[in-house]
Design a protein around this ligand. Sequence first.
Ligand code: CO
Length: 214
Amino acid sequence: MTEDYIKSLLDNNQEWVKEQLAEDPDVFKKSAMGQEPKVLWLGCSDSRVPPNEITGTKPGDFFVHRNIANLVSYTDFNFLSVLKYAVEYLGVEHVIVCGHYQCGGVKAAMGTASHGILDNWLLQIRDTMHFYEDELEKLTNEAARFDRLVELSAIEQVSHLGNTNIIRGAWEKGNKVQLHAWVYNIGSGFINTITGGIYSVETLKQHCKFEKRG
Ligand code: CO
């Protein structure tokens, strides 16, 4: 069965090539010449949140990094390398952090069960949870708390982005690369935007601090 499934993927690929060529006979020649994506997308690895499909974009439009719960970690050289390359070499105009409701990573961080190495990765979400404890505790139902933590975590990731020397350095040089916090609703297909486009340290402070306690 598994082999049949893998074979179907390769068959689909052959069909896809035919369809693409029917639409534009030069599509792959153009693709091979290079990329000029306008967006760096940081999303969750969740299979239900495919960046191009949900935004109606095509190969070449997004430079993409995905990890569990779409986190920006200052010690993650994988993501920081992607960010540097996207901002400094590809010149993306936007960095979109896209979380999603029902995120398994966020749910795991809210619980007490152990998930081995994953617990270390998800620790940052627990920090966010403690930081916004007052706001979250006011929400009486668990589902609302879960949804809100997903949103707050996306905002926190934008705040982290704005504090990297890559983004700060770009802003200091006059590059107005914009940061966005989005949350995708798996149950409806719609995207909620949590903050407007942030393009300076000042706007970062305004957008990322207004809902914090105190
Ligand atoms: Co997720």
